[in-house]
Design a protein around this ligand. Sequence first.
Ligand SMILES: Nc1ncnc2c1ncn2[C@@H]1O[C@H](COP(=O)(O)OP(=O)(O)OP(=O)(O)O)[C@@H](O)[C@H]1O
Length: 231
Amino acid sequence: MLEITALRFDYDAMQMAFDLSLGSGQCLALVGPSGGGKTTLLNLIAGFDRPLSGTIRFDGVDITALAPNERPVTMLFQENNLFPHLTAADNVGLGIHPGLKLTPSDRDKIDQALKQVGLDGLGGRKPGALSGGQRQRVAIARSLVRRRPLLLLDEPFSALDPGRRARMLDLIQALQRDSGLTVVMASHAPEDALRIADQCAFIRDGMILAFTPPSDILVEPADPAIRDYLG
Ligand SMILES: Nc1ncnc2c1ncn2[C@@H]1O[C@H](COP(=O)(O)OP(=O)(O)OP(=O)(O)O)[C@@H](O)[C@H]1O
């Protein structure tokens, strides 16, 4: 379970405070207007930002004071997840060993992960020779071999066309179910939340204003702030 309790963080004039509780193996979508604090919340969970106060616990362990690489977390960004001079296979391999000292069994794991994300046979290509969707699949394969139970996604598919985006979301959901991953995903597209999320947090002005299954707040919402956001 991911438990965030009285987590406070300030940026200049903006004071943020987050509380939430998410069951292990569930997918939470963070939605809400631009500048509301979605990325900040992901950065706090990943350890890239440090809270003023409050705690983050995962599966009963307090991770608030841990460095990013000590946390049970992998974060996937919208772009620039890969090193351009390395092959897809080596980019995945970085998830096993940062210095790429890889054993034959590691190489098998990399091939297996590339296969799992539908990139069988493309491990020798460099990112420049892959499509945007394929590059994100490589990044997902790397998160698979890292075997961290908490996957954070910061609008990772927003540069993809709708069909590809839907397929990537389905892939995330399949991996979530197969590997029991807990997923927290920031998205500008309510349909992303409706497609794969178990829970949805509506974040505005540095606060979670609603926390429910996505259809409860994204389909005919009663709250004027959410209606306004949906347009
Ligand atoms: N490095 C920074 N320094 C100062 N303020 C920042 C910094 N990064 C973000 N902010 C501010 O913090 C607030 C929350 O930003 P954040 O990026 O978390 O929002 P968001 O909901 O992810 O937005 P978007 O949907 O546009 O990505 C915004 O008001 C933003 O201007």
